[in-house]
Design a protein around this ligand. Structure first.
Ligand code: TMP
Ligand code: ZN
Length: 404
């Protein structure tokens, strides 16, 4: 068996976990198939709520070696994410200049550095860069001069290095980690005394208010409230001194923590108060979310039935897209191909549906009647690339929209 059942909260250890969502059986969203008739293994996809610390978490943990051995996701494909990283770099650089003006260059470690998208941007801003990344296929070439350790982040790894980092960034990895205690202890080990840990995770608030259930898949073990994030960091002696909400990936939390006692910004208390008001942590706070998901599915299926027989191409072989297609039960009869710019994905087949993934230039010959925007979170960027085709764009989430 390559997965295990969750029996206690990974943030606070509580065993009081209540199931509030069941999306059925789902394949591993990034396990692209090489044959059209492959049968992708499926796993339960359910969310449990911890009533003590308000963390939402999947009911199972799939073995990370199965998930990340060969990871097709490339951060750099999206110029939106590149810009996001550049802005973050500039902001952190300015903070460093304010606190440590006597030193010329801050050192940053990016955990789960993927294809070094963030590190390249930070290098241009003036950082000394380091990365840790478990996927072998994402290692930079030697001539790029980016020191990346090919491993999972852990306290043991941190102790085996001489890292003393001014900044440790972790964008879109924290929610993927089962043993958060070990992860945070490693961060603490590798931070300079005044160093800052900057962690970004998709924010549960945005998922709940927008009904964006397609961020739920087996790689995302946890769905964070700010309170749950603060609990895990402070449990290990990192003080949370600031929080921001950033638009990336449909709405994310950016949390700043340190071993040093920086003055605590007003944003911290404000967001905790908001979450208490919303009833996050109590099962009844999630009822509308579940209803929204079912409504969204029903509306999309109605539209797909209405356009049956037309040429439909889906844009973005994203993880989100696999969830949407499988949860809604869409098949090759509904969507003929998926297009995506990521070279590793082209020629492969989307898990669970077997729909083939091809280069976006295929659309020039196909002239689709409809483009289903599976990467709806990058709508503007993709729309600019596809509007000349004069297809009707279907944006399935946050709420179904048809753009003519
Ligand atoms: P993501 O939502 O998980 O970041 O996935 C977005 C997918 O869409 C990813 O596979 C890259 C692809 N993509 C393109 O092919 N072209 C684009 O212009 C953008 C923004 C994304
Ligand atoms: Zn908990």
């Amino acid at each position: 068996m390559d997965y295990k059942q969750v029996t206690q909260c990974r943030v606070c250890g509580s065993k009081r976990l209540t199931k509030y969502l069941d999306l059925g059986m789902m394949p591993l969203v990034n396990a692209l198939e090489t044959r059209y008739d492959a049968v992708s293994p499926k796993y339960p996809l359910e969310i449990l709520l911890c009533e003590s610390c308000s963390l939402s978490q999947l009911s199972i943990v799939v073995d990370p070696k199965v998930l990340y051995a060969n990871y097709p996701y490339r951060s750099s494909i999206s110029s939106t994410f590149k810009r996001h990283c550049r802005h973050l770099g500039e902001k952190l650089y300015a903070m460093f200049a304010q606190h440590e003006s006597h030193r010329p260059k801050p050192a940053v470690l990016d955990i789960a550095s993927n294809d070094c998208c963030l590190l390249r941007e930070f290098r241009e801003v003036g950082f000394i860069i380091n990365g840790v990344e478990p996927s072998t296929n994402l290692m930079p070439t030697l001539d790029e001069l980016i020191p990346v350790t090919n491993d999972f982040w852990s306290e043991k790894l941190a102790k085996s290095t001489s890292y003393v980092m001014d900044f440790i960034t972790a964008t879109n990895v924290f929610a993927h980690v089962d043993d958060l205690d070990d992860f945070v202890l490693g961060v603490k080990q590798a931070l300079a005394p005044k160093g800052m840990f900057v962690v970004e995770v998709p924010y549960l608030k945005d998922m709940l208010t927008c009904g964006t259930f397609d961020t739920i898949y087996h790689e995302h073990l946890s769905y964070f409230t700010f309170r749950a994030m603060k609990t895990i960091l402070e449990r290990h002696g990192l003080t949370v001194f600031m929080v921001e909400q950033v638009p990336i990936h449909g709405g994310s939390l950016r949390v700043y923590a340190s071993k040093h006692s920086y003055p605590v910004d007003k944003s911290v208390g404000d967001l905790i108060r908001f979450e208490n008001l919303m009833g996050y942590g109590m099962p009844k706070g999630y009822v509308t979310f579940v209803e929204d998901i079912e409504d969204n599915k029903a509306r999309l299926l109605k539209l797909m039935r209405a356009i049956k027989g037309k040429k439909v191409v889906a844009y973005g072989a994203s993880a989100k897209g696999v969830v949407l297609l499988n949860y809604c039960g869409l098949t090759k009869d509904d969507v003929q191909i998926i297009v995506d710019e990521t070279p590793d994905k082209q020629g492969k087949f989307s898990p669970g549906t077997g729909i083939q993934i091809l280069h976006p230039n295929t659309m020039e010959a196909v002239h689709p009647d409809f483009i289903l925007m599976l990467a709806w979170n990058f709508f503007e960027e993709i729309y600019e690339k596809t509007k000349h085709l004069e297809s009707v764009h279907i944006v399935p989430l946050p709420s179904l929209r048809v753009v003519v």
